[in-house]
Design a protein around this ligand. Structure first.
Ligand SMILES: Nc1ncnc2c1ncn2[C@@H]1O[C@H](COP(=O)(O)OP(=O)(O)OP(=O)(O)O)[C@@H](O)[C@H]1O
Ligand SMILES: [Mg+2]
Length: 198
């Protein structure tokens, strides 16, 4: 199975992706835990171009091309080989993040995003968990974490509120694939909601 985690910055994706991977490994499954942008050596190089530097470093169109190039490499080098070997793949972000960030909030580029996805990627996860958390709480958690990868978080709270709406809308657009998970409460409480949905 191919599973993705999505949601705004600091909502708990990385934490919950790791907890789910650990739970499935404890059941004896072979799990590959990966992330975007990145997840393969070439895509990790592209990640550095995307997540560091000034908030307006790239145009929305260029950013979309970089994300798509990174995703294609991730798919070729990491995701497809793992699925072919019978492993469960859990990715911290996938194409939905591009749909929401570039398509919905950075210049109404959803049409371009969809065409690039169809041309270069063409697959969706079997199951997507969107972790829904109010942006102020999420931003507080994200800022507490620190680090250099703050280009998106530096774009501010109203941006995060538009993103949160975009992520919630995915559940309506892709009801067969996307499960909205309440991201409030402790890590264990959120993990239990994800296990129940799985
Ligand atoms: N349920 C929770 N309650 C409190 N803190 C949490 C919870 N889940 C995660 N955190 C903490 O909040 C911060 C952000 O969590 P995490 O890194 O998992 O979010 P993320 O969605 O991956 O963020 P980003 O989009 O920035 O990568 C971390 O410091 C993490 O330890
Ligand atoms: Mg993360």
């Amino acid at each position: 199975m191919f599973i993705s985690f999505e949601g705004i910055d600091g909502c708990g994706k990385s934490t919950q992706a790791r907890l789910l991977a650990e739970a499935l490994q404890a059941e004896g499954r072979a799990v590959v835990l990966t992330r975007e942008p990145g997840g393969s050596p070439g895509a990790e190089e592209i990640r550095r171009l995307l997540v560091e530097g000034a908030g307006e470093r790239w145009s929305a169109e260029t950013e979309c091309l970089l994300f798509t190039a990174a995703r294609r490499d991730h798919l070729e080098r990491t995701i497809r080989p793992a699925l072919a070997a019978g492993r469960t793949v859990i990715t911290d972000r996938f194409a939905d993040s591009t749909r929401v960030y570039q398509g919905a909030t950075r210049g109404d580029l959803r049409g371009l995003v969809d065409r690039m996805h169809d041309l270069a990627i063409g697959v969706e996860p079997d199951l997507t968990f969107v972790i829904d958390l109010d942006p102020e709480t999420a931003l507080g958690r994200g800022n507490a974490r620190g680090g250099a990868e703050d280009r998106f978080e530096s774009l501010g709270l109203s941006f995060q509120q538009r993103l949160a709406q975009g992520f919630r809308a995915l559940a309506d657009e892709f009801p067969a694939r996307v499960r909205l998970i309440d991201g409030s409460g402790t890590q264990a409480e959120v993990a239990a909601r994800i296990q129940a949905a799985l």
